[in-house]
Design a protein around this ligand. Structure first.
Ligand code: URA
Length: 239
């Protein structure tokens, strides 16, 4: 059975409005459910089956939104910043919600897969060490990593400040003379991948996240673009 939700709350969430603004729309007669104008803010709606229309536009109502972004270089993984552009600034108006935030952080110069949501419980599960969501990155390296360095990373390297990392999976290769390594880690320590390679005496020149769990970055997204995730994609993260 689909849970019934108050219409004012759903309109506020889905139209990026305050509850007060949503109530005003309802009062003005701008909202209809299954073709009938709704004038009570407390009216309950079946989010799966009812057809809600606001000022002539039909809405698919959801409690939460889940967005996949191909993070570009130069923006920070934060909700607001007084000076710098954030990933939330890049979310297009049709996907905007008041309480969107990025699930975890990518460095300003790191690119690739970033999940943005307004679902705190989902984000908590995704970031909690208990769920061991693995993340795979492609690192562009200053020099070719030797087998001894790869072994260190795969055994669980100790960083220069003594921090111990869990074993990683590493696949190093060369493409057009560029030294690359695909590295999978299941933790999210500060600058972790860069510091892991630094501890082997190497240097990460570029870093791109390509997957989280079994969810891969949609390569058709240009840097800075995002789209809503499917139900299946939401779950793939935990596989
Ligand atoms: N590891 C890093 O060093 N930087 C990131 O942005 C993500 C993982």
């Amino acid at each position: 059975m689909t849970p019934m939700k108050r219409i004012d709350k759903l309109i506020a969430l889905n139209c990026n409005l305050s509850r007060k603004e949503a109530r005003q729309l309802i009062k003005n007669g701008d909202v209809s459910v299954n073709g009938k104008t709704v004038l009570r803010a407390e009216e309950l709606v079946d989010t799966e089956h009812d057809e809600v229309n606001v000022k002539g536009y039909s809405f698919t109502l959801r409690d939460h939104i889940y967005i996949m972004m191909n993070k570009p270089e130069g923006v920070i993984s934060a909700t607001t910043d007084s000076a710098k552009k954030t990933v939330i600034d890049l979310v297009p108006p049709e996907l905007r919600r008041r309480s969107l935030f990025p699930c975890g952080r990518l460095d300003r110069d790191t690119t690739g897969l970033l999940i943005i949501t307004d679902d705190g419980a989902y984000a908590h599960k995704l970031m909690s060490p208990a769920h061991h969501v693995s993340k795979t990155y492609v690192a562009t390296l200053a020099r070719e990593p030797g087998s001894a360095e790869i072994e260190l990373l795969e055994r669980g390297i100790v960083l220069e400040d003594g921090t111990e990392c869990l074993p990683a999976k590493v696949n190093a290769f060369t493409e057009d003379g560029v030294f690359l390594a695909e590295i999978t880690i299941s933790e999210g320590k500060y600058h972790q991948v860069k510091r892991m390679f630094a501890a082997t005496g190497n240097h990460v020149e570029k870093l791109r996240r390509i997957s989280a769990g079994a969810l891969c970055l949609d390569e058709s997204l240009a840097p800075g673009e995002c789209r809503e995730m499917t139900e299946k994609e939401k779950e793939l993260v935990f596989e």
